[in-house]
Design a protein around this ligand. Structure first.
Ligand code: 4NP
Length: 144
């Protein structure tokens, strides 16, 4: 799960997907990262921690890291939140098999950056949850 800062959106996607994976008994390894380096080592933004808590998801122990080219080999899928993330991650991909792993979390829509807008966190949470549920359903369908 990748966004710009790895403190607002991708920590939510990371926590929501981890909970779904647990609920469904899947053996997926879920992680998150940011394309930017400003918040490396920081916990998620308090507003993301709070909104996740409202939905029973604990993301408080997460620690921000920057997306690295090793992630292309470490993960089968790389989900990004918006088109800037898409461009920034694809710019680091040197192989077609790496490019093929990168997708928008919401397929055709983007998850807006809520960093400067306190009022957007709940909506962002709901958008991300919907995206995560769709991914789990589609992956389970494809692999069944
Ligand atoms: P995120 O939000 O990409 O959802 O984690 C942001 C967090 C921090 C900044 C930008 C976006 N920033 O500019 O520091």
């Amino acid at each position: 799960m990748v966004c710009l800062g790895n403190i607002c959106r991708s920590p939510l996607a990371h926590g929501i997907m981890e909970n779904l994976v647990k609920e469904k008994g899947l053996d997926w390894n879920v992680d998150s990262a940011g394309t930017g380096d400003w918040h490396i080592g920081s916990p998620p933004d308090k507003r993301s921690v709070a909104v996740a808590q409202n939905y029973g998801v604990d993301i408080s122990a997460q620690c921000c890291r920057q997306f690295s080219i090793d992630d292309f080999d470490r993960f089968d899928r790389i989900y990004v939140m918006d088109r800037m993330n898409l461009r920034d991650v694809l710019a680091k991909a040197s192989k077609e098999k790496h490019r093929e792993k990168v997708r928008l979390l919401l397929n055709t829509e983007v998850v807006p950056d809520p960093y400067y807008e306190d009022g957007q966190f709940d909506m962002v949470y709901q958008m991300i949850e919907k995206g995560c549920r769709r991914i789990v359903e589609e992956e389970l369908k494809t692999n069944s």
